[in-house]
Ligand binder design. Sequence first.
Ligand code: AP5
Length: 221
Amino acid sequence: MKLILLGPPGAGKGTQAKRLAEELALPHISTGDILRQNVKDGSLLGKEAKDYMDKGLLVPDDLVARMLKKRMDSEDVKKGFILDGYPRTINQAKTLEEILKEKKVNIDFVFYLDTSDAVIIQRLTGRLVCSSCGANFHATNMPPKKAGICDKCGATLFQRTDDKEETVRKRIEVYKKEVASLVEYYKNLNKLRCLSADKEAGLVLNEIVKFVRAGNDSIKV
Ligand code: AP5
């Protein structure tokens, strides 16, 4: 199964991708996570990407494409994947198509997680991320059992540098410039399934799983 999760910042792509990865036993590929790891490691890619990320802008396509190609060559991706945060532009969608063509595989579903701006801002300004295992929490929506500590591994939680309200607003603006053409692209390929992500995370997951299990017959746009 090869899935893409599309949606604005804060739609819950990462949250759903992690849960789906467990449910379907597939690797979760987040370009945002890979970029943040590169920034943390101080790699050349991380150094080039950091400024764009801190400003809420997209990292140039060629940098992200190189990074994605490398990840898609990994052994675990052969059984399928859940792509979170890629593609974000038509150019990236075409790059992905080329990568998959070379591997002679196709995307099965593209889930578009629709979310309102007010929900995005509430979610992102309250998001807390584990510094060790990357688990996601929210100060009020999904609080950890012990304040500031990860339920899963006990490491400390932090706020992402791009989750300040001003940067979140910029990320929403950048996202809106690209999304319509991307949605159109996958709609024309008959891969797109839109769902509201303004509801409880478990309900969103159930809906996605239902569509995945129903197969291609469930695609109605
Ligand atoms: P990236 O990390 O991909 O960020 P994003 O797309 O902006 O998405 P987020 O991670 O902010 O949100 P999400 O939808 O995953 O929500 P989450 O599940 O965490 O990218 C960061 C940056 O990297 C970009 O700005 C760009 O610079 C660069 N980049 C990455 N990919 C790139 C690419 N392909 N090309 C170019 N540049 C790229 O949830 C958010 C919060 O809400 C959490 O606290 C969570 O607990 C909570 N929550 C989630 N679901 C629910 C729910 N249903 N109800 C209540 N709370 C919920």
